[in-house]
Design a binder for this molecule. Structure first.
Ligand SMILES: O=C[C@H](O)COP(=O)(O)O
Length: 224
């Protein structure tokens, strides 16, 4: 993962899958190329293969299961993500919590497969505990701000600065901030507060013109 990290989580909006999902991914790819900036997208499991085949962006899973291969109906494992063309995974998103032992197992399996892991936490108290597991990155998101349009950068800047302090114990782990990121200013503020980048969903996936939004985010991230 490269700084500034811009991670766009597709979630499960009506724009997140099928032709619309591919279309948004292609628009994001255009901006990524134009600005020579890596943009990571995390997509639903059904879309990993399709989107990874259509664009050159790093495609992440929104979640993986940590069970081993075998008789586990419905599971999506790191091995499957890798085979589908994925480059990494989100873990423990507020909308998809998993246990700490599952997080640890998923990080280790991902690492062995050369997949990046981005572990979401909802509060500063968890940064150290997750940092010791050495994921590629920790994404801190106060849950009450997710999807609110009120950004963590403006409403809870102390969450970012505290997490940035705590992550210093783990120099190989990056700290990303998310929740309610809506404007270029939100992106720039998060980075100025010390974050390595941002995670975002609704401002892009629900936008009338996602390209315009992504372009504004990238320009702001690069301007800091
Ligand atoms: O994974 C992304 C986060 O949950 C942020 O979502 P949001 O940008 O809609 O607030």
């Amino acid at each position: 993962m490269k700084k500034p990290v811009i991670l766009i989580n597709f979630k499960a909006y009506d724009t997140s899958f099928g032709k619309k999902g591919v279309e948004i991914a292609k628009q994001i790819e255009k901006i990524s190329m134009e600005y020579s900036t890596e943009i990571i997208i995390s997509v639903p499991p059904t879309e990993i293969y399709r989107i990874a085949s259509e664009v050159s962006l790093p495609v992440f899973a929104e979640h993986v299961d940590s069970n081993s291969l075998g008789a586990y109906t419905g599971s999506v494992t790191p091995e499957m993500v890798k085979e589908a063309g994925g480059k990494g995974t989100l873990l423990n998103h507020s909308e998809r919590r998993i246990r700490i032992d599952e997080i640890a197992e998923a990080i280790n399996r991902s690492r062995k497969l050369d997949l990046d892991s981005v572990v979401c936490v909802d509060r500063n108290e968890l940064v150290r505990a997750i940092g010791t597991l050495k994921p590629t990155s920790i994404l801190i998101e106060p849950p009450e701000l997710i999807g609110s349009g009120i950004s963590v950068s403006k409403a809870r800047p102390e969450v970012i600065t505290e997490a940035v302090e705590q992550i210093k114990e783990f120099p190989e782990v990056m700290l990303i901030a998310g929740a309610g990121i809506t404007s270029g200013e939100d992106v720039a503020t998060a980075i100025k507060l010390g974050a390595s980048g941002i995670g975002v969903a609704s401002a892009v996936m629900k936008a009338k013109d996602p390209m315009r939004v992504v372009e504004e985010f990238v320009r702001s991230a690069k301007s800091v």
